[in-house]
Design a protein around this ligand. Structure first.
Ligand code: PGA
Length: 247
């Protein structure tokens, strides 16, 4: 099973649901539709309407983040995994580099994953090295630490997808070369299997994915799908990624 996950970031108003309607119609007519899942993560303001509208549809809805406490608390502006689940969402992103830069530590991320799983949300856990870590040849070490410092063997790995997003590739138009990416994805799967007892690791790639570079990316069969930012805000661009993946 492959995944095409769209991360809208700070984008979208109620009528942006048209974008999802178009993606949904395309998927329903696509002969390859049973080979992949589509998840869109709109901002919190749209979570409830979109989740209800797409209940039992091809597109599934997730949040872009969650708070590190389970249910209710006196934390202004915070939204918990319990609240996200209660409006019908099925997934949540956790550990996106935007949020790590804002102060999400391994300890906080561990609580976010734990409480999301407890509330039956599927977790898309994001990891990725910075440009300077890459330059210092610390990519694999950084990724290993990001995995083992947050995820635990006792977590149900069937409900955790890992998204590898090099920070230097997000929104820059740059993607890793074929052999680097293959090595990195293989390494992540090895760590998930050996350290976290994940029998069938699911690892996505994210960072400037579009309808053109997906033709290169699809050659790496070890990649189980994509986390798509900019190109997920347009139904055409998002559909092009799916089309070109199966071309
Ligand atoms: P991008 O974003 O596709 O615009 O690079 C990816 C992400 O941040 O999830």
């Amino acid at each position: 099973m492959k995944y095409f996950i769209g991360n809208w970031k700070m984008f979208g108003v109620p009528r942006s649901i048209n974008i999802l309607n178009k993606i949904n119609s395309y998927c329903l007519s696509d002969k390859n539709r049973n080979k992949y899942k589509v998840v869109i993560t709109p901002p919190f303001t749209l979570l409830e309407t979109f989740s209800k509208k797409f209940k039992n549809k091809k597109i599934m809805i997730g949040s872009q983040n969650c708070y590190h406490k389970e249910k209710f608390s006196a934390d202004t502006s915070a939204i918990s995994p319990f609240m996200i689940k209660k409006v019908g969402s099925k997934y949540t992103l956790i550990g996106h580099s935007d949020n790590r830069l804002e102060g999400d530590t391994d300890l906080i991320l561990n609580d976010k994953v734990k409480y999301s799983l407890k509330n039956n949300l599927k977790v898309i856990f994001c990891i990725g090295e910075s440009k300077s870590q890459k330059k210092k040849n610390q990519t694999l070490k950084t990724l290993t630490n990001q995995l083992v410092n947050v995820l635990e063997k006792k977590f149900d790995m069937n409900n955790i997808i890992v998204a590898y997003e090099p920070i230097w590739s997000i929104g820059t138009g740059k993607t890793p070369g074929h052999s680097d990416l293959l090595q990195t994805i293989t390494h992540i799967k090895k760590i998930l299997k050996s350290n976290l007892k994940d029998k069938n690791p699911v690892v996505l790639y994210g960072g400037s994915v579009d309808g053109n570079n997906v033709s290169m990316l699809r050659q790496i069969k070890q990649i189980d799908g994509f986390l798509i930012g900019g190109a997920s805000k347009s139904s055409k661009k998002f559909i092009d990624i799916i089309k070109n993946y199966y071309r």
